[in-house]
Design a protein around this ligand. Structure first.
Ligand SMILES: [Zn+2]
Length: 255
């Protein structure tokens, strides 16, 4: 490659990075959160993945092939998303999920299925949750060597590490394009569904994409185009109003 040709691929600091699919723009920036809410006991993750897969060409060396492998991926992503939600909500259960070794000043975490959370006893064993250790090998949170323990910081570092690990397995591809004005721009493309979802999670984790759960139905909603005070879907608000009115009427009718 000549020096001049190589130069055309240099991208300045001020050039925005576009993220999109190989075949079009990102349609659903909250796909990762919706995936993490899928209950593997009720729905096939493999079928879900097939339904949302939009890549004909798979570049990454490893892609989950069956239900079991999808479950493993789902566990990792839904666990990380759950921790992220807990950080945002100042959920004190984080103290029970992240383990702290006072001697080594190290923090550990064991990913577990999200649906087990409700059955966990956070009071037992000095605030530590109880579940068989052999089932979920604990993972040390690297680079976490502080003098005192802070569950939110540790959880946040775990998420950061997990995103890095997953983006290494399922990387983004760089495409260089020229727009109508002849200006070079860079476009990041997911190489498969998992690289897309982990990157979308990164965008949410870093605050670039904002999403919120509806206070009525609990489903995730992309905050783009919504007011800052958005808390529920209009349909859900309606449903709630009707339900309340009915309850009020019934109470009034009661002798
Ligand atoms: Zn709703």
């Amino acid at each position: 490659m000549s020096r001049a040709a190589r130069k055309t691929f240099l991208i300045g600091d001020k050039t925005p990075v576009f993220f999109r699919f190989a075949h079009g723009p990102v349609e659903n920036p909250i796909l990762f959160a919706q995936f993490s809410d899928v209950n593997p006991m009720e729905e096939s993750l493999f079928d879900w993945a097939e339904e949302h897969r939009r890549y004909d060409v798979v570049f990454s060396p490893y892609v989950p092939k069956d239900e079991r492998e999808w479950r493993r991926e789902h566990l990792k992503l839904s666990f990380a998303v759950m921790l992220w939600e807990m950080i945002l909500k100042d959920d004190t259960r984080l103290n029970g999920i992240i383990e702290w070794n006072e001697g080594t000043k190290r923090a550990y975490v064991r990913p577990f299925p999200k649906n087990r959370l409700s059955s966990m006893d956070f009071e037992r064993g000095e605030g530590k949750i109880y579940y068989p250790h052999f089932m979920f090998p604990s993972r040390r949170i690297e680079n976490y060597r502080l003098t005192s323990f802070d569950a939110k910081t540790a959880a946040s570092l775990y998420i950061r590490e997990e995103i890095c690990r997953k983006m290494e397995c399922y990387p983004l591809a760089l495409r260089v394009e020229t727009d109508d004005m002849g200006k070079i721009r860079e476009i990041l493309e997911p190489t498969n569904l998992l690289s897309e979802m982990w990157y979308l999670f990164f965008l949410a984790f870093s605050g670039k994409v904002k999403l919120r759960r509806c206070s009525v139905c609990g489903k995730w909603e992309n905050m783009e185009g919504h007011r800052k005070t958005w808390s529920k879907h209009p349909n859900c608000a309606n449903y709630q109003r009707v339900k309340r009115a009915r309850q009020k009427k019934r109470a009034e009718e009661r002798p």
